[in-house]
Design a protein around this ligand. Sequence first.
Ligand SMILES: Nc1nc2c(ncn2[C@@H]2O[C@H](COP(=O)(O)OP(=O)(O)OP(=O)(O)O)[C@@H](O)[C@H]2O)c(=O)[nH]1
Ligand SMILES: [Mg+2]
Length: 213
Amino acid sequence: MRVEFVTSAPSLALRPERVLPEFAFVGRSNCGKSSLINHVLARKAMAKISGKPGKTRLLNYFLVEDTYYLVDLPGYGFARVGKDLREEWLRLMRAYLFAGDRPLAVLQLLDVRHRPTEEDRRMTAWLREAGVPFAIAVTKIDKLGKTKLPERFREIAATLELDPATPFLPTSAAGGLGRDEILAWFEAVLAAGGGAPGRANPGTGGTAGRPAR
Ligand SMILES: Nc1nc2c(ncn2[C@@H]2O[C@H](COP(=O)(O)OP(=O)(O)OP(=O)(O)O)[C@@H](O)[C@H]2O)c(=O)[nH]1
Ligand SMILES: [Mg+2]
């Protein structure tokens, strides 16, 4: 897999000039976004595994196979950063998700050990509202006993009020699980237009497409 770090954009205006389909990884701080990106890219340290949550406010772009970008977004939900910074990130994320000027699909990550929070629910609601194709990745499944997983998956799906057609992908960066499923979802999205506004959205029930303009 050919992978290149492209840029860390502090604002929408500074996204890469070259427009390609983007797959953004979103989720709470520490839920495992950077680890899952490294797992998907089969790289040890392409995305930085953070020791200090709350430091980055940047949109980190990785170019894959010269075809699409993976975007590591700032994590939400830190208790430790100030309210102003939290709101600034949320503004940036919302602006990014609703920009509508580039093909976009989103992988929303949830740590299997925690029940979805209000912020997780809000993120899912935004994704529905934005009309972008999205999938759910449950992370760190190595951390929970196998017999407990199905119940936790049901809980997550119910709390987020997921459509049964929304792709739901159990993953573990540590255990090497979920990579093929994520790559298959990327392929499905790319085949359907890469999440371009107005195109069909595979796996989101087919009704979430933005009107063409
Ligand atoms: N056991 C286990 N630990 C994991 C897994 N994925 C990530 N972690 C650990 O969870 C912590 C957070 O991982 P990150 O990938 O930095 O999480 P992040 O969502 O990028 O965090 P922020 O960038 O702060 O928002 C690290 O200590 C990782 O080693 C996993 O699949 N299994
Ligand atoms: Mg990270």
